[in-house]
Design a binder for this molecule. Structure first.
Ligand code: SF4
Length: 320
C-alpha cells in the first residue's frame, strides 16, 4: 500500500485567555492508502484539533500552525486557501464533523442539501445535480424517496448517512470521521460502522476515525494512534495495540474498557488530563503514571520502535 498522507511534526496551538493551548504538539505519522487509522484518547486530548490541522480548517484564534502535511506527495502547507478549495476540500479530502447530523439545514430538503456540492463545487445544472443526489442516497443505502424529505422527518441514523453522503459527494480519497456514531444507539452505531466498512471497500477510501471508544475503533481500524495531551504516545497495528499495549496510558485505557464476557475488574485512570495551556514538563502523562521515574518529570520521550508496526513514546522503552 502506498502512503496517502504523511504528517511530520504537525503542531497547532490556540491563543486563549488562559494562555497558549498546545492542542497538537509535534505529531508525526503516515497513513496508507485504503487503510483506517483511529485516533483514540480522552476528551480534550487534541483528537479533533488534529483533524482540523490535517484539513487546514483553522479557527481565528490559531497561535501556531506548522509542520509538513504531505498528501499524495504534495505539501498542503504550501497551498493557499483557494488552492485547497479548488483541488482538495471535498474533492480529495473531506470531513464528517462531530454532531454534523444536527447541522443539516432544517428548511432545505435532503435533495437540495445533497445537490449543493454538485452545483457549487462541480458546476452541474440543477437536474443533473438532483440525479447525482439520488445516486448518493443509494450509495449510503437510503431510498431515493428521501430526496423530498426534510431533516426532521429522518431518524438519527438516516441523518448520519446523509451527512456521510454529503462528505462523499465529490469522491474524496481521505475521509476524516470525528466521532460519527457518538450520538447514536448501539444498533444504529453498528449499522453505520458496517456501512463505513462497505464504502471503504467499494470506493477504496482512507479513513481517519476519531473516537474515545477503543472497542468501536477495533471494528473499523487497521492502525490505532493513542493521543494524550496533544501528543501521540503510541501507534501501531490494531492487533499489537489491543493485545500488547506498551504505553502505561494505553494499558490503563484498555483496562478501563468494559468487556462483556470477562469478569475483569474495571480500572480507572487516577487524576485528570492536564490543562493544555500549561501541560506538565517532561512526559505529559507523568502525574498519572504508575511507573513514573524522576527522569520522566524533565525529559520528553521520543517514539521508539518496539516491533515492525508499533511505536511507543515512553522512557521505560527508550531506556530498554
Ligand atoms: Fe510513565 Fe515515564 Fe513512560 Fe511517561 S515516560 S509513561 S511517566 S514511565
Amino acid at each position: 500500500m502506498t502512503i496517502l498522507l504523511s504528517l511530520k511534526d504537525l503542531t497547532l496551538y490556540y491563543r486563549t485567555r488562559r494562555g497558549v493551548v498546545k492542542a497538537v504538539d509535534g505529531v508525526s505519522f503516515d497513513i496508507k492508502e485504503g487503510s483506517c487509522l483511529s485516533l483514540v484518547g480522552e476528551s480534550g486530548c487534541g483528537k479533533s484539533s488534529m483533524a482540523y490541522a490535517i484539513m487546514r480548517l483553522l479557527p481565528r484564534n490559531t497561535h501556531t500552525y506548522r509542520g509538513v502535511l504531505l498528501f499524495d506527495g504534495r505539501n498542503l502547507m504550501d497551498l493557499s486557501e483557494s488552492d485547497l478549495r479548488r483541488e482538495f476540500w471535498l474533492k480529495r479530502m473531506a470531513m464528517v464533523f462531530q454532531g454534523a447530523m444536527n447541522s443539516l439545514n432544517p428548511v432545505l430538503t435532503i435533495g437540495e442539501q445533497l445537490s449543493e456540492a454538485f452545483t457549487i463545487h462541480a458546476g452541474l445544472d440543477k437536474l443533473e445535480a438532483q440525479k447525482r443526489a439520488a445516486e448518493l442516497l443509494e450509495l449510503v443505502r437510503l431510498p431515493r424517496s428521501l430526496l423530498n424529505k426534510y431533516p426532521h422527518e429522518l431518524s438519527g441514523g438516516m441523518k448520519q448517512r446523509v451527512v456521510i453522503a454529503i462528505a462523499l459527494s465529490l469522491r474524496p480519497q481521505l475521509l476524516i470521521l470525528d466521532e460519527p456514531t457518538s450520538a447514536l444507539d448501539v444498533i444504529t452505531q453498528a449499522n453505520i460502522i458496517n456501512l463505513l466498512k462497505k464504502l471503504q471497500e467499494e470506493l477504496n477510501l482512507t479513513y481517519i476515525f476519531i473516537t474515545h471508544d477503543l472497542s468501536l475503533s477495533s471494528e473499523l481500524s487497521d492502525y490505532i494512534a493513542v493521543m494524550y495531551a496533544g501528543k501521540v504516545v503510541e501507534l501501531g497495528d490494531i492487533r499489537s495495540i489491543l493485545t500488547d499495549p506498551k504505553h502505561p496510558y494505553t494499558q490503563k485505557l484498555l483496562a478501563a474498557t468494559p468487556r462483556l464476557l470477562e469478569d475483569a475488574k474495571l480500572e480507572f485512570i487516577p487524576g485528570s488530563p492536564p490543562d493544555l495551556a500549561s501541560p506538565p514538563p517532561g512526559c505529559r502523562f507523568h502525574p498519572r503514571c504508575p511507573y513514573v521515574m524522576d527522569v520522566c518529570k524533565n525529559k520528553v520521550p521520543n517514539p521508539v520502535k518496539v516491533s515492525s508496526n508499533h511505536y511507543v513514546s515512553c522512557l521505560l522503552w527508550e531506556r530498554a
